[in-house]
Design a protein around this ligand. Structure first.
Ligand code: HEM
Ligand code: HEM
Length: 123
């Protein structure tokens, strides 16, 4: 149950860069409602990320009941690390961090697929 809730939160996180891309390519930033939607999206994105780390931890604890190097553990570590990059970007506005933060999103999708398809790969 919680696993799917996590997957949903991840989907919401991933839709943020996609929404930005849609705005750049097709709307050229001209749709006022859409711009407002993105502005709010930017505000809630870090909270959704933080919530995912928290619910991911609870889900992992409920499923595993111990600390082990599971594919989910790796996924959670990378998610938390990416959150850190996001925060550093927010503080410094250094685009390099934004880039790393985005590319790590791709890594996160791959790790999610590994965690879903081969959950016990490391154990
Ligand atoms: C500490 C981190 C985590 C641990 C230890 C963990 C562990 C597990 C385990 C043991 C399973 C059951 C695998 C099986 O079928 O045998 C599972 C399933 C699943 N996990 Fe995780 N997980 C973690 C984090 C996450 C995160 C961050 C996400 C999503 C972004 C996620 C999404 C899912 C999904 C969708 C399933 C399949 C549905 C379900 O059984 O609920 N997990 N996880
Ligand atoms: C799962 C994959 C993720 C993707 C694809 C993603 C994508 C993005 C993108 C595109 C931006 C805007 C930066 C830019 O202009 O390029 C951003 C900003 C940010 N992200 Fe993420 N993110 C992800 C996960 C997370 C997580 C897990 C957290 C926190 C725990 C987080 C926290 C932040 C923060 C704090 C910002 C700065 C917001 C601002 O500018 O006010 N992100 N993210």
């Amino acid at each position: 149950m919680l696993g799917w809730f996590n997957a949903f939160l991840l989907f919401v996180l991933l839709s943020f860069p996609l929404a930005i891309e849609i705005n750049k390519r097709w709307l050229k930033g001209k749709n006022k409602n859409y711009n407002l939607f993105l502005k709010n999206g930017r505000k809630i994105h870090p909270y959704i990320g933080g919530l995912l780390v928290l619910t991911g931890l609870i889900h992992g604890y409920l499923k595993l009941g111990r600390i082990a190097f599971h594919t989910g553990t790796l996924l959670l570590i990378v998610l938390a690390l990416n959150g850190l990059f996001g925060l550093v970007f927010k503080r410094t506005r250094n685009r390099t961090f934004a880039k790393v933060h985005r590319y790590m999103g791709i890594l996160i999708v791959l790790l999610f697929l590994l965690h879903y398809l081969r959950p016990w790969y490391f154990i």
